[in-house]
Design a protein around this ligand. Structure first.
Ligand SMILES: [Zn+2]
Ligand SMILES: [Zn+2]
Length: 257
């Protein structure tokens, strides 16, 4: 079973309201850097806003045992913030990154490097597999496939489309939940096609993901890593994608799968 909290759901164009009226609260239209808390102790990504997000979600920093990093862009990997989490702990923090990720030393942190498509089961009982993503290669990008007690989730950001090996890894996985990069809104022709998705790209991928059994009938698919400047409001986007069977994540969203 997974207890999940979306701690942030934005791409990089952060709202100025985060510094003023939304400083101490989540807001559907002032999203923070994308991150997810898994089972109260594991983070997927810890970027520019993670300290604020954890405070607002009322999660003490020393509850965090493991951080799984998708890639080393600063909205997903902020070494100063990770150092603050590590500093709050009496034992060391485990930081999981791709084998080629170039990262600085962080005190009180044990770095665990895994190759893409290699599955590791953590002390928390969660199995994690990094799957190469179609994104800036210098940032060592990977989607993360997590499995526990037969429940399966894919955290698929940042990236555009699916690389061949990653797509076929997902064959017949029957995901319970997929959180997918939706940086760009409901239009075509954006230049970011080879590194981020738009809503029309996700619409095209969904039937194929079902055909190969990556998604099952009742899989829940959430858009995340949303660039506010490329999207309509949260409320409008919810309506736009509902007919496609898609849901829109928001900061503070809690789910159990
Ligand atoms: Zn990003
Ligand atoms: Zn990125």
């Amino acid at each position: 079973m997974f207890d999940l909290i979306f701690l942030g759901t934005a791409a990089c164009d952060f709202s100025p309201l985060l510094k003023t009226e939304c400083k101490e609260r989540f807001d559907n239209n002032a999203r923070r850097a994308s991150s997810m808390l898994v089972n109260g102790s594991c983070l997927i990504d810890a970027g520019d806003h993670i300290i604020d997000s954890l405070r607002i979600a009322e999660v003490p920093l020393d509850n965090i045992t493991d951080i799984f990093i998708t890639h080393i862009h600063s909205d997903h990997f902020n070494p100063e913030n990770i150092a603050r989490i590590a500093e709050a702990k009496s034992d060391s923090l485990r930081l999981w990154v791709g084998d080629k990720a170039m990262i600085p030393q962080i005190p009180n942190t044990e770095v665990i490097r895994t190759e893409d498509y290699q599955t590791i089961t953590t002390d928390t009982g969660i199995s994690v597999t990094g799957l190469t993503a179609n994104h800036d290669p210098a940032a060592c990008p990977r989607y993360l496939f997590l499995e526990k007690d037969g429940k399966k989730l894919l955290y698929a950001t940042d990236g555009g489309w699916f690389l061949n090996k990653t797509y076929f890894f997902l064959q017949n996985k029957g995901l319970d939940l997929m959180a997918i990069d939706a940086t760009c809104g409901d239009y075509v022709g954006d230049f970011r096609m080879a590194e981020h998705n738009s809503i029309p790209m996700i619409r095209l991928m969904m039937p194929s993901l079902r055909t190969i059994g990556a998604l099952k009938e009742n899989s829940r698919v959430f858009l995340t890593h949303i660039a506010p400047s490329l999207h309509k409001s949260h409320e409008e986007t919810v309506k736009i994608v509902a007919p496609d069977g898609l849901e829109v994540a928001f900061d503070g969203l809690k789910l159990t799968i």
